[in-house]
Design a protein around this ligand. Structure first.
Ligand code: NAD
Ligand code: KPL
Length: 302
């Protein structure tokens, strides 16, 4: 049984693909009111290449007593540990939690909340967004890397992902993957918010992007992730070109008045720099500017 917490973009993308492959799925929703709206909608809808397909997947609230053996945590980074705290009493011995959160920091928070569960981290380049409640558009095909720094043995249920057509790879160095993605996000997302531009708008700010990348490279090396530091600037430039017409996820969050995952991206990078006594003046200044920007819009700074 796949218990999936969070019927948002990624939760829906995973739940619908697993369910249509004939695998048992149970959604976990926040409370009775949300469960009622879900029952009213009659299931999840996934829209792929303009075609909507409806999946009447079973759902329950966090309060339900059913034991959980495998939990896919598909909420934002700041919701991950509080969500797991609501479910710890339901986790079976030997339970596994698959963490889909972007950035770093939430994985450790979850592991502290559920010390007996195996935590498997994921980094995904798939893209999905919510068109309406319980209706999600599969916007960008991508790849998901999964791994567990404490146990390099892949779990047997990777076969379920193959069956469900979820492109994935077991990574022996998932932390480096997460750091590399975090570095890309730190070099691109905050600047797109501050300049209020699409990713391609950063072509106008090559010196600033280069400064940030050079500090991020030092940070990655200092944190022991030298492979994740290789050719970072070139990769950032490549992503800026490849996604020139897109708004970054952080830009979308801010422009729609949603809380950002800043604490798990730039905030995490700046804290790591302080822990290593590594001065990161440009990243720190960017962080301060972004915090002021969020404050001015009444958005949380954590
Ligand atoms: P989302 O906001 O669309 O969905 C999160 C869902 O979790 C929401 O429906 C929310 O109500 C639910 N939730 C939160 N706390 C809960 C609780 N205690 N109980 C039950 N439900 C709860 O978020 P998303 O876009 O799916 O992103 C999830 C994570 O995946 C983020 O860290 C994001 O950065 C990452 N990510 C997203 C994408 C994407 O394309 N959407 C791509 C790559 C990575
Ligand atoms: O992942 C991204 C995001 O917008 O969050 C990209 C496109 C890589 C920009 O950092």
């Amino acid at each position: 049984m796949w218990h999936i917490l969070g019927a948002g973009s990624l939760g829906t993308l995973w739940a619908t693909r697993l369910a249509r492959a004939g695998l048992p799925v149970q959604l976990i929703l926040r409370d009775q009111a949300r469960l009622q709206s879900y029952q009213h909608a009659g299931g999840l809808t996934l829209i792929e290449q303009g075609q909507a397909q409806h999946y009447p997947i079973a759902a329950q609230t966090t309060e339900h007593p059913q034991p959980i053996q495998r939990l896919l945590l598909a909420c934002k980074a700041y919701d991950a540990a509080p969500a797991v705290a609501q479910l710890t009493h339901r986790l079976s011995p030997g339970a596994e939690i698959l963490l889909l959160q972007n950035g770093l920091g939430s994985q450790d928070e979850v592991a502290r909340e559920a010390p007996h569960a195996r935590c498997i981290m994921a980094s995904s380049t798939e893209g999905a967004f919510r068109q309406a409640d319980f209706q999600v558009v599969f916007a960008g095909h991508g790849h998901t890397w999964l791994g567990d720094p404490l146990d390099l043995q892949p779990p047997a249920w990777l076969a379920d992902l193959r069956k469900a057509g979820i492109a994935h790879e077991w990574s022996l160095d998932i932390l480096s993957r997460l750091w590399r993605k975090l570095a890309l996000n730190c070099a691109i997302n905050p600047l797109t918010v501050l300049h209020d531009c699409q990713n391609g708008g950063l072509r106008e700010h090559p010196a600033h992007v280069a400064c940030l990348c050079s500090e991020l490279v030092e940070l990655l090396q200092q944190c022991g992730h030298c492979a994740a530091a290789e050719n970072l600037l070139e990769d950032v430039q490549r992503v800026i070109e490849a996604t020139a017409a897109n708004y970054s996820s952080m830009h979308q969050d801010v422009s729609q008045g949603r809380r950002t995952e800043i604490a798990y991206l730039l905030g995490y990078a700046c804290n790591a720099g302080q822990r290593h006594q590594l001065p990161l003046p440009h990243l720190q200044a960017l962080h301060n500017q972004l915090l002021a920007h969020l404050n001015a819009r009444g958005l949380p700074s954590h």
